[in-house]
Ligand binder design. Structure first.
Ligand code: PLP
Length: 405
């Protein structure tokens, strides 16, 4: 079936709005994606039909809310091919998911142990491990990238040893768009007996993810990057690990028995989900994944490839513009700098034309320092973007260049 971008766009109400009288060209999808009407409806429907707390209610609304909430967990488990629904832990997003693992690891590490990350990390997958290492006396090793913005596989492998306890890397780099060879990296880390966490924040919205096939131990992602609401995300982990992992927060829901002196923890997934959860968020994310997974994901990937290919052609031909991140295997992320202006000026002047991009260090400050740039301008494409919008970006950049010259 041909990929019908017009039909997709119609399902996203925000895409028909204007900015200062100009049609919105939304190219900030790596920061957050827009939401289809069905996701908005699922959230409204929950609040208008069965708003209630989950699990502990003895009434109809509580039953219905629990069914929708736990049904959403089933949808996620199916989409990522989890071995069991209990392996899907609701979190507030990728950041919290990584914090749960890093916080626990901080208690398991001892001085001299090592954690390996990469130069292309988002702060969420760097500062977390950095702090876990600081607290435990473990050593943080950082695998370098090549000039193209790919992970240097040889250097990565040379950092692995029997001291390595955790290897954490992004499925896709948010600043460069580089798609990492997750299976290959995981196999290398597993060969030295390390645990593997994949930061899937940028990987989840670009195709099918099969956690069992990837072979990792943990996979983290945020709902808002995959057409779902903000404030909700997922930590997937192997049940055997999650069942023993040090608990993250304590309080209601995560206990099975409490006395004044002590408490016993609940079973998975609840032992890692303290307090009243983000029920509407989980239902919204379930609907987003249901919606996304019924698309032809191969066609989605082809469409996004066509967008980044055209954007790359235009960027290469654009005088004074340098692409930052030229990995052959990339998602729809075009990071760039221009001779004429600071990225912040580029973003500001594009916004005046209705074109939304992101500028700055993209929560990857050490990477920007490593690349020797103050930050980049980043256009990031999603399923609903069109080739016309790619052209509009470069028409907009021509005006920016004239204004800054
Ligand atoms: N990791 C990567 C690669 C990201 O791109 C992001 C967000 O941009 C995060 C982690 C953090 O995601 P969140 O802020 O939704 O927790």
């Amino acid at each position: 079936m041909a990929f019908d971008v017009a039909a997709i766009r119609q399902q996203f109400p925000i895409l028909s709005r204007e900015v200062d009288g100009k049609p919105l060209v939304y190219l900030d999808n790596a920061a957050t994606t827009q939401k289809p009407q069905c996701v908005i409806d699922a959230i409204v429907d929950y609040y208008t039909q069965c708003n209630s707390n989950v699990h502990r209610g003895a009434h109809r609304l509580a039953d219905e809310a629990t069914q929708r909430y736990e049904g959403a967990r089933d949808i996620i488990a199916g989409f990522i091919n989890a071995a069991a629904r209990e392996e899907v832990i609701w979190t507030s997003g990728t950041t919290e998911a990584i914090n749960i693992v890093a916080h626990g690891l901080g208690q398991l590490l001892k001085a001299g142990d090592e954690v390996v990350v990469t130069e292309m990390e988002h702060h969420a997958n760097l500062v977390t491990w950095q702090q876990a290492c600081k607290q435990s006396g473990a050593i943080l090793r950082v695998a370098p990238i090549t000039e193209l913005g790919e992970l240097d596989l040889q250097a990565f492998e040379s950092l692995l040893s029997s001291q390595t306890k955790m290897v954490a890397f992004p499925h896709v780099s948010n600043s460069l768009g580089t798609i990492n060879p997750v299976k290959q990296l995981t196999a290398k880390a597993k060969a030295v007996g390390a645990w593997v966490l994949v930061d899937g924040a940028q990987g989840i919205a670009h195709g099918a993810v099969d956690v069992q096939d990837l072979g990792c131990d943990f996979y983290a992602f945020s709902g808002h990057k995959v057409f779902g609401p903000t404030g909700i995300g997922v930590l997937w982990g192997k049940a055997s690990l999650l069942a023993e992992w040090p608990v993250w927060q304590t309080g209601g829901e995560m206990i099975s028995e409490v006395s004044y002196q002590d408490a016993r923890w609940n079973v998975l997934p609840y032992r890692l989900e303290a307090g009243t959860p983000h029920i509407a968020g989980a239902i919204g994310l379930g609907e987003a994944i249901r919606w996304f997974s019924q698309l032809d994901l191969e066609a989605v990937a082809d469409h996004e490839r066509a967008l980044i290919q055209r954007a790359t052609e235009l960027a290469e031909a654009f005088e004074g513009l340098t692409i930052v991140g030229n990995a052959p295997d990339k998602t729809g992320v075009l990071s760039f700098v221009m001779n004429e202006g600071h990225p912040a000026d580029i973003g500001f002047l594009l916004d005046r034309q209705g074109i939304a991009i992101r500028t700055g260090h993209h929560c990857a400050e050490p990477l920007m320092n490593r690349l020797g740039v103050p930050g980049t301008a980043r256009a990031s494409f999603s399923i609903y973007n069109t080739l016309d919008e790619v052209e509009a970006l470069f028409e907009g950049l021509k005006k920016v260049r004239m204004m800054l010259a």
